[in-house]
Design a protein around this ligand. Structure first.
Ligand code: GLU
Length: 380
């Protein structure tokens, strides 16, 4: 689950969104994009790779719209590519949405929406939300979001804009963090408050099933039934350094607290992969235990203890895992000498204590054109 940012106010959104996305880069991601309300329509730009490459592309446009959303993606459904990068749009391009998390029932929803004539342009689970919003939209984006979310099973932080409601961002969440803040020049939303720390220290941590309608002049909060709710404002006294650590005294504690979310995401990827379904880029068939792909666990030194715990848990919980443990550092040298050729049908799990190993491992897998959907990276 990666990064969401959004802004609606008096200033052009483009620079604010890029600054927010840059602040979220520490989480790791494979592509980035923004959607801005520009005159009467939505301008949507996404790029595979770094925020800097998105920024470079945007320098040719220089949008002046003052309402927009942005995203850094960590692919769960569909390979990292420009087409799969968020924001995703409805058929007519009138609605754009960014999403953190996983929509578990997206395959059924996609089938249903395709049956209704919707045309999909990506392999992501997220795109179903854009089309659900299009189906439900009757002049009120938050109401449409509420309607769409009543159909969704899974975890999500969602922010959406539409060209028929200038200056409005609709936001909700379930099991994926969203914070909202009112700055002097407008309203901000992000998946991590570090993205808005320069604008405000008074934030609302949106609760599961709560909705926000953000405009330049104010933010309205409602519950699942559409009833107004009083926001709980949290004053955050952090400086940038403390904010980067999520308020924890050090990165280690922050990452320990992130573990449940990381493990949930990893186990979802593993459960939904089978050689057959992944090859076709489809995820329709949850596979049976005996068809699970071999799980290659790669770590060195202390990191490898994680796998001993994994092995222990799989025995105690009687989960059938085809585990292969490899104790090596993900460096080009150890790869060449120790590692079997990568196979697309295997799932590779890397654990590194040092954050710098993660880009290294990504680089190695990218270099051999390995589908990064089939790899998972954890720090901690
Ligand atoms: N499941 C979505 C995707 O694969 C969102 C991933 C994320 O949280 O970045 O596009």
């Amino acid at each position: 689950m990666c990064g969401i940012v959004g802004y609606t106010g008096k200033r052009p959104a483009q620079g604010i969104l890029i600054q927010g996305l840059t602040r979220l880069e520490y989480r790791g991601y494979d592509s980035a994009g923004i959607a801005v309300q520009e005159d009467d329509s939505l301008a949507v730009i996404h790029r595979k790779g770094k925020v800097a490459s998105l920024e470079h592309t945007l320098s040719h446009f220089d949008f002046q719209g003052t309402c927009g959303i942005g995203h850094t993606r960590w692919a769960t459904h569909g390979k990292p590519s420009e087409a799969n990068a968020h924001p995703h749009t409805s058929c007519g391009g009138h609605i754009a949405v960014v999403h953190n998390g996983i929509i578990e029932n997206f395959a059924e929803l996609r089938e249903e929406l395709e049956g209704l004539g919707h045309v999909f342009t990506s392999e992501t689970d997220t795109e179903v939300v854009a089309h659900l919003l299009e189906e439900a939209y009757q002049g009120d984006l938050v109401a449409a979001l509420r309607d769409a979310c009543s159909r969704i099973v899974g975890a999500y932080g969602l922010a959406a804009i539409c060209d028929m409601e200038p200056g409005v961002i609709a936001v909700t969440r379930k099991d994926s963090p969203i914070v909202i803040g009112q700055g002097e020049d407008g309203a901000y939303v992000a998946s991590d408050m570090i993205a808005m720390i320069d604008a405000t220290r008074d934030v609302v941590i949106l609760g599961d099933g709560e909705y926000a309608r953000m405009t330049a002049s104010g933010i309205e909060y409602t519950d699942e039934a559409g009833r107004a709710i009083e926001p709980r404002i949290t004053h955050v006294d952090w400086d940038l350094d403390l904010a980067e650590k999520g308020g924890y005294p050090d990165f280690m504690l922050k990452e320990i607290h992130e573990q449940p979310r990381v493990v949930r995401g990893l186990s979802f990827r593993y459960r939904w992969m089978s050689p057959m379904t992944a090859r076709r880029g489809q995820y329709r068939t949850p596979f049976f235990a005996e068809k699970r792909p071999p799980l290659y666990c790669i770590a060195a030194d202390t990191g490898s203890f994680c796998f001993l715990i994994l092995l222990f848990c799989s025995v105690v919980m009687k989960i059938l895992l085809s585990l292969h443990l490899r104790f090596l550092r993900p460096t080009p040298k150890s790869f060449r000498s120790h590692f079997p050729p990568f196979l697309r049908s295997y799932f590779y799990l890397w654990v590194g204590q040092q954050a710098r190993r993660v880009p290294q491992a990504r680089f190695l897998t990218a270099k051999i054109r390995f589908d990064s959907l089939r790899t998972a990276f954890c720090r901690g």
